[in-house]
Design a protein around this ligand. Structure first.
Ligand code: FES
Length: 107
């Protein structure tokens, strides 16, 4: 089975009330539907990852999708460590990518 992605705007199955909202990710505007999570908006717009790990520089986005793994964390309106898969997107949200910072090691 091949992976298949349909942008929300092209999905033939539309919600009864398609109330559109907009957010920005690092200044880039994205559009979604009221009720979607931030991760839902980004995935529907084709954004599959939005941060990289400090070890290995691996891309991260949604892994579990249920609020357990914290792979999807972003900064939303100045608040860090928000799980994009759990936070319902609000019109005008300013979302910024957030990267791991290694703690300072003291000996
Ligand atoms: S994808 Fe796992 S907490 Fe969001």
């Amino acid at each position: 089975m091949a992976a298949r992605m349909i942008r929300a705007s092209n999905d033939p199955v539309q919600p009864l009330t398609a109330d559109r909202i907009g957010l920005t990710l690092d200044g880039t505007p994205h559009e979604g539907l009221r009720g979607q999570t931030i991760a839902g908006v980004l995935l529907a717009e084709g954004v599959l990852s939005w941060r990289r790990t400090s070890v290995g520089d691996s891309p991260r986005g949604v892994f579990c999708g249920i609020g357990v793994c914290f792979d999807c964390i972003v900064e939303v309106n100045g608040v860090r460590d928000i799980r994009a898969c759990q936070r319902r997107a609000q019109d005008g949200d300013v979302v910024r990518t957030q990267h791991d910072e290694l703690p300072e090691v003291t000996s």
